[in-house]
Design a protein around this ligand. Structure first.
Ligand code: G3I
Length: 316
């Protein structure tokens, strides 16, 4: 989907489902032109034990992308969650933590140099109130941890596009403004940042207005930055009904239309593609059915809505 418009249409991939589910692999390889790692490239997944990296799951995904001529997004080099359990402030000084982070970024972005089109270098560093989120990285390196992370990532892979990525900053508001000011500061400092990832984890009937999203994308583009949609899903408050599935389809349609009209947006990535492996039921039990294929791998109205918009755009 989407290649005709120079648009990468992607999906986050479960490293557990990929080797185990043939239907999953078949649809993934047929329907998408980009993949991203739902968990396999997170620090804890790659380095569960101190001093040892296990790249098997991440390599399997990179190999799948390469075998299917798909582009690759890499999440996430620096995050306040899912870093290794052995990495504690009781055991390591601030300077040692800084060295560990630098080594991690150079190791991972260096290993996949040329294979990953864009990295989410820093993920979710801004709180809902616009303040910098407390994290082991902020405590050890100070606010400059982000500029350092981008510079290390650029050193490791000068060709990769380097993104700041976050949720609930898609439209207008305190958090969106704080993200804008953060990335503007990085741009003004000459930090090698190329774009902002809008995760687009939406709740049906309770999300930012599309017009606010368009305005936000425009102002980020005016900084000279790309924008990517990095983790889209639209969770439906239970009970899931045919009418709600139709409204979900309309929202997917509105977002992809916004993407197609945007000036500097080349990556539209879903956070999975089938409800069978979605993170939503576990994390938000009051909701379900956020993706475009159901648990039986049947396309939902949202799938058809995306296809119709992309087909219409290609026909223009
Ligand atoms: O792999 C281990 C397994 O060995 C262990 O037996 C099992 C039980 O503890 O846990 C497994 O790890 C889980 C991992 O997903 C892989 O399945 C972690 O506990 C679980 O916390 C982790 O959840 C992921 C979550 O990020 C936290 O990393 C979700 O699948 C993933 O969808 C979610 O994705 C995040 C993005 O990275 C950032 N943006 C928000 C998005 C949704 O929260």
């Amino acid at each position: 989907m989407g290649e005709e418009r120079g648009l990468y249409i992607g999906a986050a991939v479960s490293h557990q489902a990929l080797p185990a589910d043939e239907t999953y692999r078949e649809i993934l390889g047929r329907e998408f032109s980009m993949v991203t790692a739902e968990n396999a490239m997170k620090f804890r997944s790659l380095a569960p034990e101190e001093g040892r990296y296990d790249f098997r799951d991440a390599d399997a995904l990179v190999d799948f992308a390469s075998e299917h001529g798909m582009a690759m997004r890499g999440p996430t080099l620096v995050w306040h969650q899912q870093y290794p359990e052995w990495l504690t402030e009781e055991r390591f000084s601030a300077d040692e933590i800084s060295q560990i982070l630098r080594r991690h970024i150079l190791t991972v972005a260096g290993r996949y140099r040329g294979a990953v089109r864009s990295w989410d270098v820093v993920n979710e560093a801004v709180e809902e109130d616009g303040s910098l989120r407390d994290s082991i990285w902020l405590r050890a390196l100070g606010p400059d941890f982000m500029a350092k992370a981008f510079r290390w990532a650029h050193e490791a892979d000068p060709q990769a596009r380097l993104y700041y990525n976050d949720y609930s900053g898609e439209g207008s508001g305190v958090k969106s403004d704080a993200i804008y000011l953060l990335v503007k500061q990085l741009v003004d400092q000459g930090v090698p940042i190329d774009g902002v990832g809008l995760q687009m984890h939406l709740v049906l009937d309770a999300h930012a207005p599309i017009e606010d999203m368009k305005a936000n994308i425009r102002r980020l583009n005016e900084l000279g930055l790309e924008v990517a949609i990095t983790e889209m899903d639209v969770r439906i408050p239970k009970p899931v009904t045919p009418k709600k599935l139709e409204r979900q389809a309309q929202l997917y349609s509105d977002v992809i239309q916004m993407v197609l009209e945007a000036q500097n947006l080349r990556e539209f990535v879903l956070w999975g593609f089938t409800d069978r492996y979605s993170w939503i039921p576990e994390s938000s039990p009051e909701a379900d059915a956020g993706l475009i294929f159901d648990r039986e791998f049947q396309p939902k109205p949202a799938y058809q809505a995306l296809h119709d918009r992309l087909k219409a755009a290609t026909a223009q």
